[in-house]
Design a protein. Structure first.
Length: 418
């Protein structure tokens, strides 16, 4: 029922070409990463400056790294040399630095061959040439009456699937849209029928959330699962029809974590006192899909605000609590807490990544916790502080080609793991 992480007998290098990596599962398949991780942690290979302010993570392909940041005159995509940290090019993706709460970039570029796809925080999907940063095409979310559920800016990292790119304007003319990845032409736009607008007694916000879509084949139907203002939804990949929606997980402030998809199951969580749920997707016998709640965990039991969640061998690892980010491990099938929440070293929200039998946590104050990935206990191997820290360390960590990347506003740190 639940995914098993495969182990490899040889050490391999791996690109990290999109938000949360391959399948958006937030797991690296690289091995031999932590054998030389001593009390001082890994060695700093370089620290890049001048990448712009923001909370975006990075994507990596070969010897290039891509991210986005705010500059005095724009919000821009940036390419960085993976060997030296030198800035290779910068290209504006917005006419100026967008104005909203917690100013700065959010979108992690999606790499697809020689193209990059990203969404500016003022609501514009942009396709760039990866080699030199030149714009290939762009579309404004106003084309679909785009809107956010609240005032912290569009935060999506678009999903490339075959010949299309999926993004979430959040508007009445296009809640989620599929575009031709080569030219930006619309393939379909998901809109709500009259009977789909009713959420019963549940108060929700319209518009896009702060999440990014993932692919599911639950119930035998290919679909895109996305967390928006009104809750978690499933959109049929073939034509953009809204298959199902789950409003219980919605809050009226900010719906953020990317959902976890595993076979016919979807796990979702939000903060602000809301909670978490496991859904089972089944065919309705008419080409559609039903989403049935398997269990619900109240906010006091499990709520992930924005640090994300990772599934390893049937257990979900994440930070729990609104603003606390206390590490916790939960059995996905049952919702039973395996251990935690733990008041671990460091403070604030917690992001994480799985690699080589370990979970690496990054706390809001910059603290890095390297732990063994086990449901038996919170097993800390090492605690280190990064070379540089300022403000809120919200950018999620990335591991690619034997290196650990930590973005801290206008700087990017590259640590050598092997």
């Amino acid at each position: 029922m639940f995914t098993v992480v495969f182990s490899f007998s040889v050490s391999i290098a791996e690109d990290w070409t999109q938000w949360r990596g391959a399948d958006r599962a937030n797991r690296s398949s690289e091995t031999g990463l932590f054998e030389s991780w001593g009390d001082e942690g890994p060695s700093l290979q370089w620290m890049a400056d001048g990448i712009g302010e923001g909370y975006a993570s990075v994507s990596v392909a070969g010897n290039r790294i891509y991210t986005t940041g705010n500059f005095d005159d724009s919000q821009s995509a940036v390419a960085i040399d993976a060997n030296t940290g030198d800035i290779l090019w910068k290209q504006a993706i917005a006419s100026g630095p967008p104005k909203h709460g917690y100013e700065g970039s959010r979108t992690t570029p999606t790499i697809d061959g020689n193209r990059l796809y990203m969404v500016s925080s003022d609501g514009r999907i942009v396709c760039l040439n990866a080699k030199d940063g030149s714009e290939v095409w762009s579309r404004d979310f106003d084309d679909w009456d785009g809107m956010m559920m609240s005032g912290w800016g569009f935060s999506e990292s678009p999903l490339v699937d075959g010949d299309r790119v999926i993004c979430t304007p959040g508007g009445k003319s296009g809640l989620v849209v599929a575009l031709n990845k080569n030219n930006g032409d619309e393939i379909w736009a998901c809109t709500l029928a009259a009977d789909q607008r009713d959420t019963g007694d549940k108060k929700v916000k319209q518009g896009a959330g702060y999440s990014s879509p993932v692919i599911s084949h639950g119930g035998g139907v290919k679909q895109y699962v996305q967390l928006v203002g009104r809750g978690l939804i499933g959109v049929r990949a073939s034509d953009g029809k809204l298959l199902w929606q789950y409003n219980r997980v919605a809050n009226t402030t900010a719906n953020i974590p990317t959902a976890i998809v595993d076979g016919d199951y979807v796990f979702t969580s939000t903060g602000y006192g809301t909670g978490s749920a496991l859904l089972k997707l089944t065919s309705d016998g008419r080409g559609g899909v039903k989403a049935t709640e398997q269990y619900w965990l109240e906010g006091r039991e499990l709520q992930n605000k924005h640090g994300g969640m990772t599934l390893v061998d049937g257990y979900i690892y994440c930070g729990h609590g609104n603003g606390n980010g206390m590490p916790v491990c939960v059995e996905m099938a049952t919702g039973e807490i395996a251990w935690g929440p733990v008041r671990a070293e460091g403070k604030g929200e917690t992001s994480l990544i799985y690699a080589d039998g370990h979970i690496l946590y990054r706390r809001e104050d910059g603290t890095i916790l390297l732990t063994n990935a086990t449901p038996e206990k919170f097993d800390v191997v090492s605690i280190i502080k990064p070379e540089f820290q300022q403000g809120k360390s919200w950018a999620h960590p990335v591991i690619a080609d034997g290196k650990l990347y930590l973005r801290e506003q206008g700087k990017l740190m590259c640590y050598k793991l092997k």
